[in-house]
Design a binder for this molecule. Sequence first.
Ligand code: AHG
Ligand code: MN
Ligand code: MN
Length: 338
Amino acid sequence: MPLVSNKVVTIERHIIEQEEGSDGATGDFSALLRDLTLAFKIINREVTQAGLVDALGATGAQNVQGEIVQKLDAFANTVIYRAMDHGGHLCGMASEEDADILPIPDHYKRGKYVLLFDPLDGSSNIDVNVSIGTIFSILRRVTPENTPGTLEDFLQPGYKQIAAGYTIYGPSTMLVYTAGRGVYGFTYDPSVGEFLLSHDRIRIPAHGTIYSVNEGNYHKWDRRMQAYIDWAKSDIPEENKKAYSLRYIGSMVADVHRTLLYGGVFLYPADIKSHRGKLRLLYEANPMSFVVEQAGGRAGDGKGRVLEIIPELLHQRTPLIVGSPKNVEEVERFLNAD
Ligand code: AHG
Ligand code: MN
Ligand code: MN
């Protein structure tokens, strides 16, 4: 049998090799990502056993967004904080589940990055064994070294992200990340406890035939958004266009992951109840937009590029249209019509 030349590449080796090729690399950043993958492995263990232990169901508490906090949300939130507070790479963290910045305890070294995360995305799907995920975003601090991170370090536009990505806990668990030099996907092999490179240099199709949106909100949308959806699901022989398929899981990580691999568009628009949409700019829209843009896709809020929005609040929301470049342009054409 001929020798197979494909390398087996763990995420740790991949991160180190990527960093070796970049200017001013200190190894600090690799170590940060390595610590994060440990947190993902622990969350994965808990998620995959959730049906077996008493980990399901709500804690009874509400988070800062006023939503019911699921036990797994709280668990994932704590795991990430505890995995990341003592590594010496961060000067602060911010989580979708906490109102304020999470400081690094005084007895640990403070580093030059901040971490923002959505510990468990798709919480309405936890109890029904449907894919959920974790989203992360890393920024370089802008305040002086060795001091506690402040809001200024977190409220930076998305194009400043140093790295971003997500883990999807699904039929298999995958980690997809970008450090600004393409997008890479790793599949978790539980038998060896490693994320192994399975999707090298992911490129999103230029156009797809799937749209993904909570269409139950149709009557709350602006007429331009309604017009786009009417168009998307129509056969238009003169344009040689067939009706697009609708797929909506209700976990952004899973819906965007499918969009990344199959093409199409994922939308969470503003509506008459939520004027700024539902998704959070810093924990959801920015990291997913960075990944999709790095794969050749496009991400907007209906007015401009998501990654150029200057954040004003830690928990700010934004409308989001993300996916294949041609599909996002189709939506924008409708939104900019008279
Ligand atoms: P989270 O579970 O982190 O609160 O996020 C849920 C988000 C996102 O994952 C998903 O795209 C969206 O909420 C679904 O919202 P609807 O139920 O309104 O469709
Ligand atoms: Mn979320
Ligand atoms: Mn969440």
